[in-house]
Ligand binder design. Structure first.
Ligand code: TPP
Ligand code: MG
Length: 358
């Protein structure tokens, strides 16, 4: 049966996601992008924190310190880091369940992020959200959403509110390649374009939706879906933080000025499985190794060292500081208390005295 389906071309086989599918990174140097030494160190600091945090989180998961789902962002850190650098601190960010990197990049602490994984009251969502539902409203970080594509309309809502209130804030919505065929995306694109909403939709195309290669689940180049709605769109290399900064500075400026949406496809790669329970049998070791050659952290490190902008010792210092910070975060999470039972009734309704609660 399976063979017949293959012969008839229903199920393409031999599909490989190659690093040659990455668009060219920018040729602009750091100074052309207005990046000072302090900025370069901050970019490195942020990417290294996201990676180290998740490596430790994976270890804690394997030790059985917490359960539930755990989706790692390792490999994709240039995106969260570059976007946060390029945008204003009060621009709204919203993403799917692969959310640790964005929260950390936006200034959430390792302590509160680790405690959330452990389900503790000191966690970023008071221990009630877990890995997939990080939220930090004072940082304009709107989560952390587990239903594929379901937060895309929420981003349009954020953008609508910003436009309605005459704010010049931009909303940026991230989702995976698995979300582009959801009805919610198409309904939202239609309204966002009709209402000229200041929102940047971003598909982080990491080649796979769980174990299904993008060529097997979505027809055509993803960013071109924007064309159907007359929405400006482009494709970007997601392994190079300079490229992300350049593109987001340009696009955010356009969205702010012209008050209309954009759709960006960012090509990237996740090194780990879809979640902790995924052995990754749908891809080869060679493919993974090939993408690791474009590792965003190594890339920035090589750049700053080759150009003698930063000394190896300065990077070592950052690594040491963050390694300790993340280990301390584990202690903090272990020592924190679980939420009280009453917490079940908090943060459900906006009004504290909603009649059904009291
Ligand atoms: C509506 C819905 N259908 C199915 C699932 C199960 N599911 C969870 S993640 C996922 C794959 C999504 O992949 P992608 O959007 O490419 O994001 P990535 O994991 O690569 O970051 C699926 C099918 C879900 N969470 N929601
Ligand atoms: Mg994907």
């Amino acid at each position: 049966m399976a063979k017949k389906a293959e012969e008839k071309g229903f199920t393409p086989t031999g599909v490989v996601y190659k690093s040659t599918k990455l668009p060219k990174p920018t040729s602009k140097t750091h100074d052309k992008l207005g990046l000072k030494k302090k900025d370069l160190l901050n970019l490195y600091d942020s990417m290294y924190r996201q990676r180290r945090f998740e490596e430790r989180a994976a270890q804690m998961y394997q030790k059985g310190k917490f359960g539930g789902f755990l989706h790692l962002y390792i490999g994709q850190e240039a995106i969260s880091t570059g976007v946060v650098h390029a945008l204003n601190d009060d621009d709204d960010l919203i993403t799917a369940y692969r959310d640790h990197g964005f929260a950390l990049a936006r200034g959430a602490t390792s302590d509160e992020c680790m405690a959330e994984l452990f389900g503790k009251a000191t966690g970023i969502s008071n221990g009630k959200g877990g890995s997939m539902h990080y939220f930090k409203l004072e940082k304009h970080f709107w989560g952390g959403h587990a239903i594929v594509g379901a937060h895309i309309p929420l981003a349009a809502g954020l953008a609508f509110a910003n436009k309605y209130n005459d704010s010049d804030r931009v909303a940026v919505c991230f989702f995976g390649d698995g979300a582009v065929d959801q009805g919610a995306l198409n309904e939202t694109f239609n309204m966002a374009q009709l209402w000229k909403l200041p929102v940047i939709f971003v598909v982080e195309n990491n080649g796979y939706s769980m174990g299904t290669a993008v060529e097997r689940h979505s027809a055509g180049d993803l960013h071109k879906r924007g064309d159907a709605y007359g929405m400006k769109n482009d494709i970007v290399n997601g392994m190079d933080v300079f490229t992300i900064i350049e593109k987001f500075q340009e696009v955010a400026k356009d969205v702010r000025k012209n008050q209309e949406p954009w759709f960006l496809e960012i090509r990237t790669y996740r090194y780990r499985g879809h979640s902790m329970s995924d052995p990754g049998n749908y891809r080869t070791k060679d493919e993974l190794e090939e993408f690791k050659q474009s590792d965003p952290i190594e890339r920035l490190k090589t750049y700053v060292l080759d150009k003698k902008l930063v000394k190896q010792e300065e990077l070592d210092e950052i690594n040491k500081k963050i390694d300790k910070e993340v280990l301390d975060a584990i202690d903090f999470a272990e020592e924190s208390d679980f939420p009280e039972p009453e917490a079940l009734f908090q943060h459900v309704y906006v009004e504290d005295d909603f009649p059904f609660v009291k």
